[in-house]
Design a protein around this ligand. Structure first.
Ligand SMILES: *[C@@H]1O[C@H](CO)[C@@H](O)[C@H](O)[C@H]1NC(C)=O
Ligand SMILES: *[C@@H]1O[C@H](CO)[C@@H](O)[C@H](O)[C@H]1NC(C)=O
Ligand SMILES: *[C@@H]1O[C@H](CO)[C@@H](O)[C@H](O)[C@H]1NC(C)=O
Ligand SMILES: [Zn+2]
Ligand SMILES: [Zn+2]
Length: 583
């Protein structure tokens, strides 16, 4: 009955006038999403609409969002697929799949599931987004409160519970087989016909190994007209991963493209998350001074721009004494802190003194700051003559005679050693000559960083921790970078609460690291530009140690530069020349 009716409508070119509830579209008709509110009986212009952008920094954890219980999600199989002109809707055999728990008030019975996607050129098409990021697709499992008819459910503020799953694209060939491939094989451009599914695919098969304890929750609406405000939304944090080519089959085979509603205002509503959901911390630095008890607006804040012309030479800034910097078993764990990664050291083993510090400091941890690309000069916190580096390493120590709590409130309670990191300079054949002849060119500390960055894939979630078993010492990470030439000033922590308790040491010579390894930090964590910009120096003085690198070496470097003009292309050699000019 339905198909000929629809065909008639199409042939008349007046789809919008055909049937009540069917006179809307995503594109190419009178009632596109911005006009859905004009439809008779529509709630689409109201204040509790879906989908939304989930801004994780504004999401609170709700301890009541306990685990879901899924009943018959494995045993019930997909019965049919229907291209209804707006999406592909899938129904199950039987009527016994149910959910409860997950903070829902009651048991909900599965009605159907359907999809939202973008276009054949792989433009993303999920309905919800996370921090502005839209996934390629989204699956909605629609359930209705047990004991209510669909009409009753749509009239109740929590009558419908929808489970939203993001679908992400992978290039893994293996993902072409299995349930998603089977499902995609039934996709059709023919509208209004139920295509019977002969294979056995369960909803659980499609969900795969998504962690069902990590999810967001808010009260919203259906995302298609009439947009009834009857939906308890659950949006799972982890996406389902399927092959890129399978995702493409949805718009291609159905000839439906960009079938998603744009995100709606949250208005005064709240999004909460289950306790297991990692919530990215805010890195909006200009708002830090609003944080309670924050020192971030103080007068001796870090980082700073170091103006080398104004740095005062201080003869007391001699060499450092390091204890256990060469110990290969001192990194206890590697942690994702929500805005960086931190190597936590075993307690009371590693120490720093000398270097004009005046006290013995116990090294507690090291962490990194970075931008978005190793080829960018943005990423370090400190800058030298307004020049930044792509990364910066901070080795954090506290005064040995003070507990950490007290050290954080004492003007010289903490000592941080800062090292810039720049990409390894790879010159052509002549580089061999350079390396063997120069004593001041640092050997890249590649092996240690390779071993360390291996752990990044194990700490993708915020607050996740991995135990470090590789043999890596602090010395290994520093390589043979020159540690005699450094800047010294009084400053603060560079993250809230920005305690003004830090004696800063910023070394002049950068550590060299392979670009591939540097890229792993933004790529594996998903964090980019995790650095605070330079703060006003105010009345502070920046001191500089007297370089102890023999002049003859620097002279040699300079001569080498002049002798092999190729080297002058390299940033590093130019730095060395500038160094010569200063001291
Ligand atoms: C929830 O599920 C997770 C993983 O399945 C499990 O580790 C955890 O103990 C469960 N929590 C409760 C309260 O049952
Ligand atoms: C849970 O649902 C029942 C019946 O639908 C309702 O009477 C009750 O008020 C609801 N409880 C909460 C906390 O929403
Ligand atoms: C840091 O502050 C202390 C106390 O005001 C002062 O004695 C010291 O010289 C300062 N150090 C630097 C490097 O400015
Ligand atoms: Zn939907
Ligand atoms: Zn830092």
């Amino acid at each position: 009955m339905y198909l000929p009716f629809l065909l008639l409508c199409l042939s008349l070119g007046v789809v919008k006038k055909c049937a009540a509830g069917e006179n809307w579209c995503y594109t190419g008709c009178e009632h596109t999403p911005t006009h859905w509110g004009d439809l008779p009986g529509s709630f689409c212009g109201e204040k509790r609409q879906s989908p939304i952008d989930i801004v994780t920094s504004q999401v609170q954890t709700d301890p009541n969002l306990l685990n879901f219980t899924f009943t018959n999600f494995f045993s019930q199989h997909v019965k049919s697929l229907t291209n209804n002109g707006h999406t592909v809707k899938c129904t199950l055999e039987g009527n016994t799949a149910e959910i409860n728990g997950g903070g829902l008030n009651g048991t909900y019975s599965l009605d159907h599931f359907h999809f939202h996607w973008g276009d054949t050129e792989q433009l993303p098409g999920s309905e919800h987004s996370i921090n502005g990021y839209r996934y390629p697709m989204e699956m909605h499992i629609v359930t209705v409160k047990k004991g209510l008819t669909l009409d009753q459910a749509l009239a109740s503020s929590d009558g419908v519970a929808v489970l939203g799953f993001f679908i992400d694209a992978t290039d893994v060939d293996g993902d072409m087989s299995g349930p998603w491939n089977t499902l995609a094989s039934y996709l059709t451009a023919t509208k209004g016909t139920n295509v019977a599914v002969k294979s056995t695919i369960s909803v659980a098969d499609l969900i795969g190994d998504v962690d069902l304890t990590k999810f967001y929750r808010y009260m919203g609406s259906r995302t298609t007209p009439s947009c009834a405000e009857a939906v308890v939304w659950t949006v799972f944090h982890e996406p389902i991963k399927i092959n890129r080519n399978l995702i493409k089959q949805f718009p291609t085979k159905t000839r439906l493209t960009n079938i998603y509603r744009p995100t709606q205002d949250l208005n005064q509503h709240e999004v909460v998350a289950s306790p297991a959901t990692p919530l990215a911390k805010n890195y909006i630095v200009h708002l830090w001074h609003f944080l309670p008890q924050s020192y971030c607006a103080g007068a001796r804040q870090s980082p700073i721009n170091i103006d080398t012309q104004k740095a005062v030479v201080n003869k007391r800034l001699g060499p450092f004494t390091y204890t256990n910097f060469n110990n290969k078993n001192i990194i206890k764990s590697f942690v994702n802190t929500g805005h960086s990664v931190q190597g936590v050291l075993k307690e009371d083993i590693v120490e720093v003194s000398g270097g004009g510090l005046g006290y013995v400091y116990s090294t507690v941890q090291f962490h990194l700051h970075w931008g978005s690309s190793p080829r960018d000069s943005m990423g370090s916190e400190h800058t030298v003559n307004s020049k930044g580096y792509p990364m910066e390493l901070h080795i954090v120590s506290k005064r040995k005679d003070l507990p950490l709590r007290v050290a954080k409130q004492t003007p010289n309670g903490l000592a941080i050693l800062g090292f810039f990191i720049e990409p390894t300079i790879t010159t052509k054949s002549s580089s061999q000559h350079w390396k063997t002849n120069s004593t001041s060119s640092p050997m890249p500390a590649t092996e240690a960083w390779k071993n360390l960055t291996k752990y990044l894939s194990a700490i993708k979630d915020i607050n996740s921790v991995v135990e470090v078993t590789e043999q890596i010492s602090i010395d290994d990470l520093l390589g043979d970078v020159d540690q005699t030439t450094y800047y010294r000033y009084n400053g603060s922590l560079t993250t809230p609460l920005c305690n003004e308790a830090v004696v800063w040491t910023v070394f002049k010579e950068p550590i060299q690291l392979d670009e591939d390894l540097m890229m792993m930090f933004p790529n594996q964590t998903g964090y980019r530009n995790v650095f605070r910009p330079p703060q006003p120096l105010n009345r502070r003085t920046v001191y500089v140690s007297k370089s102890t690198v023999p002049r003859s070496v620097k002279l040699f470097v300079l001569l080498t530069c002049l002798h092999f003009p190729d080297y002058l292309h390299s940033k590093y050699n130019c730095l060395v020349i500038r160094g010569y000019e200063y001291y």
